[in-house]
Write a protein that binds this ligand. Sequence first.
Ligand code: PLP
Length: 390
Amino acid sequence: MIPSVLPTYNRAPLTFVKGEGAWLIEADGRRFLDLGAGIAVNALGHAHPALIEALSEQAHALWHTSNLYRIPQQEALADALVEATFADTVFFTNSGTESCELAVKMARKYWYEEGQADRTEIVAFSGSFHGRSSAGIAAAGSEKMTKGFGPLLPGFTHLEFGDHDALKAAVTDKTAAVLIEPVQGEGGIRPVPDHCLKGLRELCDETGALLIFDEVQCGMGRTGRLFAHEWAGIAPDIMMVAKGIGGGFPLGAVLASEKAASGMTAGTHGSTYGGNPLGCAVGLKVMEVMTAPGFLDGVSRRAAHLRQRLEGLVAEHPEVFTEVRGSGLMLGLVCKATNTDVMKAGYEAEILTVPAGDNVLRLLPPLTITEEEIGEAVSRLGRAASAVAA
Ligand SMILES: *Cc1c(COP(=O)(O)O)cnc(C)c1O
């Protein structure tokens, strides 16, 4: 008999009833160190006092009105994002997938309004992940995600990650946009080198194609900058955001330049819930915490410490791990053993990690994880590695 919850997930036999910072706690009191953070969502850890306060205060005042009316919390969060980034304008969604939908629509609508209605092609990359909607799976293009769900949304070209010649050939005057994650998450924590992001920006400038960054996973402080592309000193035309921006409340956004957004006039897009007062009150507090002086420097410091400790772990367990890669607190342990075996051994050692493509074990701790917790995490990962090697 089919379970009452549609069985599209292979769930671990763990049930948490409470969260505290970097910790998740089971009903029997067992405490797990959470290096998954709800897949990079709980960026400020579990039960952050300032987020609880922002959500409770808004919950007492007003939950929802719809986008038929002005929403002050939404306007304030949009202002904060515009202030902190390349963007001139923001649309709020409830998830990364919805942000992908709008990013694709916005790019195509831009060219339509420019009088180039046939400029619809989106160039994307192997190993990418952009969500599970029809546009999201078409953008990713992998058999794993698309098989059985055809006919797929047309107009997507897929290039091998890192194939510069193919990229040059693929971006033409029919390319509406190039869509890329500055650091691939699901694909196995694969950062795009800064010089490649710069080259991509130049290629888009030469051809006119819009550049879309999917920063759903790598954005919101994860790499030690508010957005990962800032390290390369360039900016996209359109950017997808979600996950960390709500700190655990379902919230996403599309950020865009005035030019890229110019086709999106009244009536061309919408969302019942998108940008509702609850989500935006929380998002505003997340932004306030992350843009406070010193916060992102702290992330980089903790990231350097974790990375150094992980290099040591890899050296101690060469039969289990081969390499550490990633950026900031978005790190991957490339495994020699099977990544999910290490993840499961982690459950015994009471530490949570997330598997990713390329046999990588993903570490996405809350950005607020302490040095002491980092030490504890590495020792628990060591226990998991020893168990797998045994
Ligand atoms: C998680 C993710 C998405 C999809 O976000 P949802 O909130 O699950 O819809 C899209 N792109 C990237 C890079 C992601 O990591």
